[in-house]
Design a protein around this ligand. Sequence first.
Ligand code: HAM
Length: 439
Amino acid sequence: MATLKAVRGTRDLLPPETALWNRIEQTARQVFARYNFGEIRTPIFEDTALFARGVGEETDIVSKEMYTWEDRARAQSEKAQSLTLRPENTAGVVRAYIEHQLGEGGKLQKLYYIGPQFRRERPQKGRYRQFWQIGAEAIGPPSSGSESPLRDAEVLEMLATLLDELSIAGWRLEINSVGSAADRARYNEVLRAALEPVAPKMCADCRRRAVTNPLRVLDCKVPEDQPIIETLPKIGNSLDQESKEHFAAVLAALDAAGVPYHRNARLVRGLDYYTRTTFEFTHGGLGAQNALLGGGRYDGLSEALGGPRAPGIGFAMGLDRLVLTLEAQQRALPETIYIDTPCDAYIAPLGEAQNAPALALARELRKSGLRVEIGDGTFRLKKSLEIANKLAWRIVILGEDELKSGIVTVKNFLTGLQAKVSREELSAYLKGPVGRNPA
Ligand code: HAM
């Protein structure tokens, strides 16, 4: 029988690598808390219409990459419903914002999320069909200041801080403005006209998009189309005065905060909800999939989903890509990276009769906060020593005599020294310095 494997584009994350994932998530949670973001957890699947209306029918995500199925009706009163595994989380957050009337009271909502997303893309390094995002959204009624360029700059400054605290070296922030909905509509027409004579020389997707959604032509990755795309008009020339001023204010706030950036006139992003500021943080170490994160403003998304006016800005970073970047850096910068450390102690029961007392001792020590591994009474002492030496700083030997006297033998692998320690003092002793390399 053929052995079953994880589905193409999905993968198992195993220890010790998962420790790095945890460290990234923990750092992100700490940074978000300092900027007053709270966590939101939305469902992993949603009504398909949410993404069609939110992300846009013409985007690659919605037109090609979604995992969608017809959910059968369970009762006569129910209708079959088209459901989709979320390909991204912004639409879900805005749906929840509308559903729970989070804008009432005029408050700006600052929400973050960490979770898996699903896109049927061609798998390659840094691109998976189930991948993880850490994202955040700041959204609220206009009276909450949600439209202010200061919010854009705050989110970008927070990202710079987060990447620095994760010790990601060498990130690059690319930024652009795609203007208001009206600016975009105007630009779409300018592009449509400019594309008319050149589209027949472009790829099939571009030929179709030149008619249906010209802006999406700028996302084309086909190498032969790039020289043509370079000659197309830039969106910056279609911005109205307000959008220009908004963008200038974002850049001025970034300058004031000392966050370096590069303007990229072609950065329109692959989702339809963006207005005004769009951005990506890239990293040279990632190869073809070089975007560590992407985001921008989506001032009309709530209304497109049937909600009240609620401008917002946010981002999502690819956790898989952060891990790849940190792992690549580890070779060069070992001290900045998580190292799988040994346990504080390994408890070795010397016979099967000591198994249960060993478990009780391990429980006591773990409750006191120590990281402890436990052996088995069927192991010879030599085998226990070998295993313990690989797993822990010290071995705690628990035989019949030790149990009777209440005094255990502790051997320190680093110093080679052995000590007799009473059970009452054991926890404090194990919390003390290990030796040459203090714990
Ligand atoms: P996105 O650019 O589609 O934006 O995705 C954000 C990030 O998720 C990418 O920069 C990348 O790091 C990661 N990512 C995307 N697809 C994959 C994949 N197949 N495998 C691995 N990583 C991937 C969004 O999702 C928007 N919701 C961001 C946003 C939030 N805009 C405003 N608020």
